[in-house]
Design a protein around this ligand. Structure first.
Ligand code: B16
Ligand code: MG
Length: 218
C-alpha cells in the first residue's frame, strides 16, 4: 500500500476546545466591558492567541498598551489551562479515533498541524498522542494560517512531500493554507463555509474506510 501524509488540525477537528477558549476570553472581555458572544467566538477559530486578543479589543474599540495585552494573554491562557486540565478521552470528537486507527493499521503517516501552543498537553490528556508521528503547533511556526507553513513543516517532519498530503481542517484559513501547499483539503464542518475545500464532511463519522482507501491509492 502507498504511504501518504495525513495532517490533522486540533480544535474543531479532533476536540472541541473552542468552548474553553470562549469561556476564558469571555472573562477578559467582561472585565474590559466588551460584549463577546458565541458568534464573535467564531471569528477566533484557527486564529492565534495574540491575534484573537486584538480581534476582541477591536470589537470593543479598546486600545491598550503592550504590557497590558501581555498580561491579559497570560491570564487568558492560565484560565484556559484550568479547563483543559480536566479533559478526558470522551472529549475526542466522534469518529476521529477509528480514522486514526485505520491510518495507523495501514501504515500511513500522521501529523498534527495546529495554531495552538497547547496542542501537546491536549493530545496527552485525551490519550491520543501516540497516534502522531509528528506535531507542529503554535510554538513551531512564525506564519499563521492561511500561510501554509504549519502544514509544510508537518509534511517535512513526516519525511513526506507536501504535494498530495491530506489535511483535515475546520477553518477557512486552514483550508486555504492546505490549498496553497498543493495538499488535499478536507473540510470538517459547514460545507457552505468551507466551500473552498476539495472534500467536505460534517464530521468524522461521515468518513468511510472506502474514502480513506481512495486517498491512499490516488
Ligand atoms: P492557544 P487550531 C486554534 O487551534 C484555535 O482554533 C484558536 O481559537 C486558538 O486561538 C488557537 O488555536 C491558539 O490556541 O491559545 O492554545 O495557543 O484550530 O489551530 O487547532
Ligand atoms: Mg481548528
Amino acid at each position: 500500500m502507498n504511504q501518504k501524509a495525513f495532517i490533522f488540525d486540533l480544535d474543531g477537528v479532533i476536540v472541541d476546545t473552542a468552548k474553553y477558549h470562549f469561556l476564558a476570553w469571555q472573562k477578559i472581555a467582561g472585565r474590559l466591558g466588551i460584549n463577546f458572544s458565541h458568534e464573535h467566538n467564531e471569528q477566533l477559530k484557527g486564529v492565534s492567541r495574540v491575534r484573537s486578543l486584538d480581534i476582541i479589543l477591536g470589537l470593543g474599540g479598546v486600545e491598550a498598551a503592550q504590557e497590558d495585552k501581555d498580561r491579559w494573554l497570560i491570564e487568558k491562557n492560565e484560565d484556559y489551562l484550568g479547563y483543559i486540565t480536566n479533559m478526558k478521552e470522551d472529549e475526542i470528537l466522534e469518529g476521529v479515533v477509528p480514522v486514526l486507527q485505520y491510518l495507523k493499521d495501514n501504515n500511513q503517516k500522521i501529523a498534527l498541524g495546529s495554531a495552538s501552543k497547547n496542542a501537546r498537553p491536549i493530545l496527552e490528556k485525551v490519550g491520543i498522542l501516540h497516534y502522531f508521528d509528528a506535531i507542529v503547533d503554535g510554538n513551531d511556526v512564525t506564519n499563521a494560517k492561511p500561510d501554509p507553513e504549519v502544514f509544510i513543516r508537518a509534511a517535512q517532519l513526516l519525511g513526506m512531500q507536501s504535494e498530495g498530503a491530506m489535511v483535515f481542517e475546520d477553518s477557512v484559513a486552514g483550508i486555504q493554507a492546505a490549498n496553497v501547499a498543493d495538499m488535499v483539503s478536507i473540510g470538517i464542518g459547514d460545507k457552505t463555509v468551507l466551500h473552498e475545500a476539495q472534500y467536505n464532511f460534517n464530521d468524522f463519522t461521515e468518513i468511510s474506510t472506502e474514502f480513506l482507501e481512495q486517498l491512499v491509492k490516488n
